[in-house]
Write a protein of this length. Structure first.
Length: 246
């Protein structure tokens, strides 16, 4: 869990610094920063998506995952969690976390956006599993540094909701590290690659939100990350060659 704890620390530091400088940045600059982060997220998502050896796996994972996510309405659950966090911890201590809709939407946007961004990429999966299997947290240490700088930029533009993404990092990366300790030896290169590719598609969807092009409920896509390795495992067990061209 050392890698996850490092990640939490860097995001907390980055968010704090971002909050300190955020009020000094003009609104136009804040919007430009978010747009720039959206461009980077788009490029990373495309790069990750090309990790697949068979695009049908991420395609099916995404479609099935969206049906499950829409049925569970994960996006609404995350929004409610963000709303509860704001009312419980911020309401009386932060002047901008009041009852008006714009402050509420800003907090929710900061929390949900960074929670997804920090927990969907390949470094999250591979790094956490590697940490759990062998105790090697090098990849998570690299991710921690990247997330620290990203949280600084996001907090400057989206506010204190970004800092609360450390709860998501603890839950997701901690859970994956535990999974690595218990079942990491069963995770093959193919399952990790297809999970990474599916995560790349989610990052592309998230980039559309940051670029203000489209606002899909990206959180409702999250079950796809579980469907991808499940499809690979099922295909292998029933003798289907998922990489027929290799």
């Amino acid at each position: 869990m050392i890698g996850t704890l490092l990640n939490v620390i860097t995001v907390a530091i980055g968010s704090t610094l971002g909050l300190l400088i955020g009020d000094r940045l003009p609104e136009k600059t804040q919007q430009s920063v978010i747009f720039g982060l959206g461009l980077v997220t788009l490029v990373v998502g495309i790069d990750n998506a090309f990790q697949t050896g068979n695009i049908i796996i991420p395609l099916l994972s995404l479609i099935i995952g969206i049906f499950i996510g829409e049925w569970l309405n994960i996006q609404a659950a995350l929004d409610r969690l963000a709303d509860w966090l704001q009312q419980t911890f911020i309401k009386h201590s932060d002047h901008e976390a009041n009852t008006n809709d714009s402050a509420r939407e800003r907090f929710i946007s900061g929390f949900v956006t960074t929670s997804l961004l920090f927990c969907v990429g390949p470094l999250t999966f591979i790094g956490s599993l590697q940490d759990g299997i062998s105790g090697d947290y090098e990849l998570l240490a690299i991710k921690a540094i990247l997330d620290g700088f990203a949280s600084l930029a996001f907090a400057a533009s989206l506010g204190i909701g970004v800092m609360f993404s450390i709860l998501t990092i603890l839950s997701v990366q901690g859970g994956l590290t535990l999974l690595g300790m218990l079942a990491g030896e069963f995770m093959t290169t193919a399952t990790i690659d297809e999970m990474t590719a599916t995560g790349g598609l989610l990052l592309i969807a998230l980039s559309l939100v940051l670029l203000d092009i489209k606002k899909p409920s990206v959180a409702n896509f999250l079950p796809a990350l579980l469907i991808a390795p499940l499809l690979v495992t099922i295909a292998v067990n029933i003798g289907i060659d998922i990489y027929p061209n290799l």
